[in-house]
Ligand binder design. Structure first.
Ligand code: AMP
Length: 204
């Protein structure tokens, strides 16, 4: 009985968010604000891959060839990496998943993995931005950061194609669980953060 109450408490207390959206929609920027406000662990699969590429690890070498073309890294590699990242923070108040899941298999395995740890996704928040604005943002980010996959229009378009073919179907996956929320991802950074906080505060 006491254990049951404790498990229910953990389910209620933890906030596990997915920030969803096309490349350049502002997931990484907003995840940092949300992480600080709600004291969550931010996991960006893209950042973990980039870190591994910079350290020339086996994972980095494998991911590099896919990322440079704007293709998704294979599911088995990405899922294993994500699970390892979650397992690094057993005492977290919750997680923000940024750039994960990107395929149905990733979403299904994420649900199973969280459930096996008596956790679940609280909500998915999508940042809606028009593709023409995204292309401008990404090209600018490519110039500022040197990110190879942001510098070339055909690579950016390939990333949008990957999103449209493999990732956008997750909208229905989370809608069917009543966990999908959409906000306007244009405007000032703090304005967008406020929209995200409103969604979180009204639905937890
Ligand atoms: P991001 O920083 O989220 O834009 O991701 C940059 C690149 O990393 C993507 O274009 C993919 O090549 C790879 N990547 C990041 N997250 C995933 C994921 N969940 N599944 C497969 N590939 C990923």
């Amino acid at each position: 009985m006491i254990l049951g109450i404790f498990v229910i408490y953990i389910f209620i207390k933890m906030i596990n968010l997915i920030l969803f959206g096309k490349p350049g929609s502002g997931k990484g920027t907003q995840a940092e604000f949300v992480k600080n406000k709600y004291d969550l662990i931010h996991i960006s699969t893209g950042d973990v891959f980039r870190y591994n590429i910079s350290k020339k690890t086996d994972l980095g070498l494998l991911a590099k060839s896919y990322m440079e073309k704007g293709d998704l890294v294979p599911d088995n590699v990405t899922i294993k990496m994500l699970e390892a990242e979650v397992n690094k923070s057993p005492n977290a108040n919750g997680f923000i998943f940024d750039g994960f899941p990107r395929t149905t298999l990733q979403a299904e395995i994420l649900d199973e993995f969280l459930l096996s740890n008596e956790l679940s996704i609280t909500m998915t928040i999508a940042l809606e931005v028009d593709e023409n604005i995204l292309i401008e943002r990404l090209i600018k980010r490519g110039k500022d950061s040197g990110r190879v996959d942001d510098q070339d229009r055909s690579k950016i378009e390939n990333r949008f194609d990957e999103y449209n073919k493999k990732t956008s179907i997750l909208i229905n996956y989370y809608k069917s669980q009543n966990k999908f929320f959409q906000i306007d991802g244009t405007g000032g950074i703090s304005e967008i953060s406020e929209r995200i906080y409103n969604v979180i505060d009204s639905n937890i």
